[in-house]
Write a protein that binds this ligand. Structure first.
Ligand code: ZN
Length: 348
């Protein structure tokens, strides 16, 4: 399945079918369905009786194995943390284990699942590529998110990309192309994925049976899948609490924030804070809020009493904090400090 806003990309890509690139890098904003698209593309490439437009038939043996997650000529490589959440087929379900060859079973069960694609995983691809095709057709590898390839894994992959073997197709999927090694990017045919138009995004969201889809879409920066994820996000009440606190400006209760938010991952809270600051700045420059249009009044009130220089300095502090966000910090202290500093923006 592909999303309605992806049909143009699908049709244009089919024109490459005669000389399919060895490695294709699908990139674009997060939350627009790039991974589902890559999987569907993989199925289309593996299908033994595809339609004229490249659509997989859904009934041949290859399609059957693909939907079962065990096509022998197909590999999905994701960070360990995503294994189990990611279906190998493009049907949107998340109950099938992915990339069973990716798990590290060497007795380190207690450590947190890796957020990176590691060298062990890309080395396994070298073996996969060395084998012949089981079905006599293409072999396809999907790597997602490609920006989570760590340096060692990237270098191991690079060797495979530099010596393309016939019949192997790599589909790399990335939201942050700037975080990929330039040598990897240069080995791939780059393919920027189309964003849904606001109309397409709204119409898709309105069919999803969620409340207030317009606000969710705004908060997700127009990315429909991200908006849908927000609707089902169990941190929603805490996010509402945070926005209420931020709306009080100089009266923000930093200690209550530290207390209530301490169990959340630091990046989640930083994300809320960054979007709020973006809107505050927008409001200051007499522009409409982008992420929290529902909080326009509070934003206007805060913008009025904020000192522009202090706001700029604080925004920089939050941005810098994002660099270290994945380090094991005491979340409660981080939040207390951030929200105390937030109060300092306001002059009244
Ligand atoms: Zn088929």
């Amino acid at each position: 399945m592909i999303y309605p806003w992806q049909t143009g990309d699908w049709q244009r890509l089919q024109q490459l079918r005669v000389h399919w690139p060895h490695a294709l890098l699908l990139h674009g904003q997060s939350g627009i369905g790039k991974f589902a698209f890559a999987q569907h593309l993989a199925q289309g490439l593996l299908c033994e009786t595809p339609a004229a437009n490249g659509e997989p038939c859904g009934t041949c043996p290859a399609c059957h194995w693909f939907s079962q997650g065990n096509h022998p000529d197909y590999r999905v490589v994701v960070p360990e943390i995503l294994a189990g959440f990611v279906a190998p087929s493009g049907d949107g379900k998340s109950d099938a284990p992915a990339a069973s060859d990716d798990n590290d079973d060497d007795g380190k069960k207690s450590r947190a699942p890796s957020k990176e694609i590691r060298i062990k995983q890309t080395l396994a691809l070298v073996d996969f590529c060395a084998l012949g095709s089981h079905r006599g057709g293409l072999r396809v590898v999907v790597l997602y998110p490609a920006e989570t390839l760590n340096v060692e894994a990237s270098n191991a992959l690079l060797k495979t990309l530099e010596e393309p073997q016939p019949g192997i197709v790599f589909l790399l999927v990335a939201s942050r192309i700037d975080q990929l090694l330039p040598t990897i990017v240069s080995r791939c045919r780059q393919w920027p994925m189309s964003l849904p138009t606001p109309d397409e995004a709204r119409s898709w969201m309105s069919a999803q049976d969620v409340d207030d889809s317009a606000a969710l879409l705004a908060e997700a920066g127009g990315a429909p899948l991200r908006a849908l994820a927000l609707a089902h996000d169990e941190t929603r009440p805490l996010r509402d609490f945070t926005l209420q606190q931020l709306a009080t400006g100089a009266n923000c209760d930093a200690f209550a924030c530290g207390e209530n938010l301490q169990k959340l991952p630091v990046p989640v809270v930083l994300g809320w804070l960054q979007r709020w600051l973006y809107d505050l700045l927008a409001q200051h420059m007499a522009r409409r809020p982008r992420y929290f249009p529902g909080a326009a009044k509070a934003l206007a009130r805060c913008a009025q009493s904020a000192d522009p220089a202090a706001l700029a300095r604080y925004t920089k502090t939050v941005t810098l904090q994002r660099v270290v966000e994945n380090h094991p910090l005491n979340a409660r202290l981080v939040f207390e400090e951030l929200f105390i500093a937030y109060r300092g923006i306001f002059t009244a």
